[in-house]
Design a protein around this ligand. Structure first.
Ligand SMILES: *[C@@H]1O[C@H](CO)[C@@H](O)[C@H](O)[C@H]1NC(C)=O
Ligand SMILES: *[C@@H]1O[C@H](CO)[C@@H](O)[C@H](O)[C@H]1NC(C)=O
Ligand SMILES: *[C@@H]1O[C@H](CO)[C@@H](O)[C@H](O)[C@H]1NC(C)=O
Ligand SMILES: *[C@@H]1O[C@H](CO)[C@@H](O)[C@H](O)[C@H]1NC(C)=O
Ligand SMILES: *[C@@H]1O[C@H](CO)[C@@H](O)[C@H](O)[C@H]1NC(C)=O
Ligand SMILES: *[C@@H]1O[C@H](CO)[C@@H](O)[C@H](O)[C@H]1NC(C)=O
Ligand SMILES: *[C@@H]1O[C@H](CO)[C@@H](O)[C@H](O)[C@H]1NC(C)=O
Ligand SMILES: *[C@@H]1O[C@H](CO)[C@@H](O)[C@H](O)[C@H]1NC(C)=O
Length: 407
């Protein structure tokens, strides 16, 4: 077994956590009588010492799950290590609350099983109900999505999910070919995602890089994302979101939305997107809301600044008539999503279509407090001139290319 421990009592306690509850009672009593040992506990749970096989084929789900359960059950700083090598697993349930701080260090390559029914509609790696967790390493999470993307009607697992996490960090990893989203952050607070690379082919469906919903104080920085869907999407109920240093493309850009799709959605406020490069994406920075909104929400205090566009089809776009799947007979836009106080500052580079700026707000609820500051984009084709279309948008424009001054 796993360990940098030299103490027989602690060793038995770990065994008990891993191998059975009946055993645990006895050992816990011993540990409880020696609290200093527990406080000092600093255990490494190497999955290869718990039965994982580094051949990329053998199902190592149990070994990884056992490592987590043991680490989570101990006070102090605990570490689960996935060492160099190839490991295949199905659904992993990294649930808390944990007794101490757990680090999951992934240096090897993990492959997500393609046995979809076994995920039972859940996710691949789910980190749930935990305060204080770190997932890092130089390893790779390979969702092996290509084999299942065609099954679009099935519910496919996201690769890495943080649900109800407080004070969590994900760093260093590479994620490739998720079956669905690569990283999904939901109902969490104080999460940092940094120095991560995400790669899926341009025509892969629903492979969002990072999706954030119903969360606050989330920082996403220094990511390189190439995918088939949004590089980053910020959904309803998000506030105090900072997105910085993202290189995106191909993909559908960085989006706030979709909004107005489901009942009881919450507001989106205080989102900052800065210092990003978008290359060959279908959208640059986008706000999208459905026409047939079910509950009134407000989207406010968003800033997009210092963004370089390189051959982007719709570099700056607010679309309140987003309607990808069905006919929207009214075409009047959202009745209940209010968009206000949105600043686009220092947005430069090239647009693949003449319409570099589109602020398409609702006839029924115009956007207000919109700012286009130093927005200098050029259409990179022949014939047509760069242009902007603003409907129902109120605000100011300064320092921008004259043709883009539509406010
Ligand atoms: C995950 O683990 C937690 C805690 O052990 C348990 O309560 C929950 O039912 C598990 N979830 C699934 C889907 O197995
Ligand atoms: C956040 O979690 C890390 C461990 O991942 C821990 O070192 C740090 O003290 C925690 N911060 C707070 C404010 O609890
Ligand atoms: C993971 O985090 C730990 C604790 O902060 C740190 O010691 C280690 O260097 C990190 N590893 C990588 C690969 O970032
Ligand atoms: C980013 O992660 C890689 C491992 O994937 C690591 O080698 C590198 O040092 C990290 N960079 C920073 C700035 O932390
Ligand atoms: C742009 O992306 C499309 C797919 O979205 C791809 O076919 C094309 O080769 C890319 N162009 C460049 C210059 O990367
Ligand atoms: C504008 O944004 C670019 C990055 O796209 C950055 O290099 C430059 O410093 C920014 N200019 C100002 C005045 O902030
Ligand atoms: C927000 O926009 C409104 C116009 O809708 C404007 O009066 C107000 O000054 C703006 N607030 C900020 C903080 O920019
Ligand atoms: C671009 O120019 C072509 C003719 O060269 C014209 O048919 C087309 O409508 C123009 N598109 C836009 C968006 O102005």
């Amino acid at each position: 077994m796993a360990v940098t421990m030299d103490n027989a009592i602690r060793f038995m306690f770990i065994l008990s956590v891993v191998y059975g509850a009946a055993y645990a009672k006895k050992s816990e009593a011993k540990v409880a009588s020696a609290p200093s040992l527990v406080a000092a506990a600093n255990t490494v749970f190497d999955i290869t010492e718990l039965g994982a096989v580094a051949d990329g084929k053998t199902d190592s789900t149990k070994a990884v799950q056992d490592a987590w359960d043991a680490a989570c059950g101990l006070a102090g700083s605990q570490k689960v290590v996935i060492p160099k090598g190839e490991f295949m697993t199905g659904s992993l349930n990294f649930s808390g609350p944990c007794k101490g701080y757990v680090t999951v260090q992934i240096d090897g390559t993990m492959f997500g099983s393609n046995d979809i029914p076994k995920y039972n509609k859940g996710n691949w790696i789910e980190i749930l109900h935990i305060d204080n967790v770190l997932v890092n390493g130089s390893g790779t999470l390979d969702g092996q999505g290509a084999a299942v993307w065609k099954d679009e009607c099935k519910i496919l697992p996201n690769t890495l999910v943080l649900d109800y996490v407080k004070n969590g960090t994900v760093s260093g990893l590479k994620l490739v070919n998720a079956k669905f989203f690569h990283i999904n952050v939901y109902m969490s607070k104080g999460v940092t995602i940094k120095n991560v690379t995400i790669t899926a082919v341009a025509n892969s469906p629903n492979t969002d890089g990072v999706h954030i919903g119903d969360s606050s104080e989330i920082s996403v920085s220094d990511l390189t994302i190439a995918t088939g869907d949004d590089c980053i999407s910020v959904g309803p109920g998000s506030s105090w979101i900072s997105i910085q240093g993202i290189t995106c493309g191909p993909g559908q850009g960085i989006s706030v939305g979709c909004l107005g799709r489901f009942k009881d959605e919450k507001d989106v406020t205080d989102v900052t997107v800065r210092d990003c490069v978008l290359r060959n994406t279908s959208n640059g920075v986008r706000i999208k809301s459905y026409e047939d909104v079910l509950s009134p929400i407000t989207v406010s205090r968003l800033t997009f600044e210092n963004i370089q566009m390189d051959g982007v089809a719709n570099p700056v776009i607010v679309d309140q008539k987003y309607c990808p799947e069905k006919d929207c007979p009214e075409k009047k836009g959202s009745k209940t999503v209010t968009i206000k106080n949105v600043t686009f500052r220092n947005i430069t580079g090239t647009s693949n279509t003449p319409e570099a700026v589109s602020l398409l707000c609702s006839d029924q609820l115009p956007c207000s407090g919109m700012e286009l500051l130093d927005v200098n984009l050029k259409y990179n084709g022949k014939d047509n001139k760069t242009m902007a279309v603003c409907t129902n948008a109120k605000g100011i424009s300064k320092g921008s290319l004259q043709a883009l001054d539509c406010l």
